[in-house]
Design a protein around this ligand. Structure first.
Ligand code: PXP
Length: 246
């Protein structure tokens, strides 16, 4: 059964709307753990638009499950991660004008810079994952530069229009899982997953972690973070792949 990583960035987005001290993303992380999250995910963006350095520090001190830090490959943020030592670092592309992470990291095009960041993070004992599109060349390059895991961008599926686009996106994810496993990589998924669309990726064999943020934080406004996480966990269990009996 794939683990659920809950991305708490947008709790901090609400806080930053007023530049105050509530709601606290650290509190949200504790509630998410109580709801059954196996991983807490946060993105320390270079522009600090939501999660800030204090949040990262306190999350590290208080999180009792896996802590996954999404980050750019910039030296400043790699320095912070090496110091903070989250369980896992997921390297993502970052552009200041984007609303959220759009698409995957171009590991092929940025190979030299990515390789340096991966080596430094691994030396610090951090598991390193690449957030990439499910493309064979990106998966190969991720294995070549030493990543432990890949997180396949599920946005292609989430944003697909109509059944044939959806089927094609699911096929690319299935191939991506196979290609990742063939190179010894753990395979995660994330971006754009919601209570409405998660079932068709949850049932694919081979994902070991999903990172879901916006939809869970949105639901938590109405039912609370603990319950919102419980509901997403229940969907992953209900729709998760059946274990094959040998
Ligand atoms: N995984 C990665 C690598 C991301 O960058 C994001 C968005 O911050 C997510 C998962 C979560 O995406 P969403 O908020 O659409 O669930």
């Amino acid at each position: 059964m794939a683990h659920l990583g809950v991305n708490i960035d947008h709790v901090a987005t609400v806080r930053q709307a007023r530049r105050t001290d509530e709601p606290d993303p650290v509190w949200a992380a504790a509630e998410a753990e109580l709801g059954g999250a196996e991983c807490i995910t946060f993105h320390l963006r270079e522009d600090r638009r939501h999660v800030n350095d204090r949040d990262a520090r306190v999350l590290k001190e208080t999180t009792s499950v896996k802590l996954n830090m999404e980050m750019a490959i910039a030296k400043e943020v790699v320095d912070i991660a090496v110091d903070l030592k989250p369980t896992q670092a997921t390297l993502v592309p970052e552009r200041r004008e984007e609303l959220t992470t759009e698409g995957g990291l171009d590991v092929v095009g940025l190979k030299d810079r990515v390789e340096v960041a991966v080596a430094r993070l691994k030396e610090a004992g951090i598991v390193v994952s690449a957030f990439i599109e499910p493309l064979p060349e990106q998966i190969e390059a991720s294995a070549d530069v030493g990543f432990d895991a890949i997180e396949l961008w599920t946005g292609g599926y989430a944003h697909a229009k109509g059944e044939s686009e959806t089927e094609a996106a699911l096929m690319r994810l299935t191939m991506g899982i196979k290609a990742g496993h063939a190179r010894g990589l753990e395979v995660h998924g994330g971006h754009g997953l919601t209570y409405r669309n998660v079932s068709r990726v949850a049932c694919l064999h081979g994902f070991s972690e999903f990172n879901i943020g916006h939809s869970i934080v949105s639901r938590s406004v109405f039912v609370g973070m603990r319950e919102a996480v419980r509901e997403m966990k229940a969907l992953l269990v209900r729709h998760g792949p059946r274990e094959s009996v040998s």
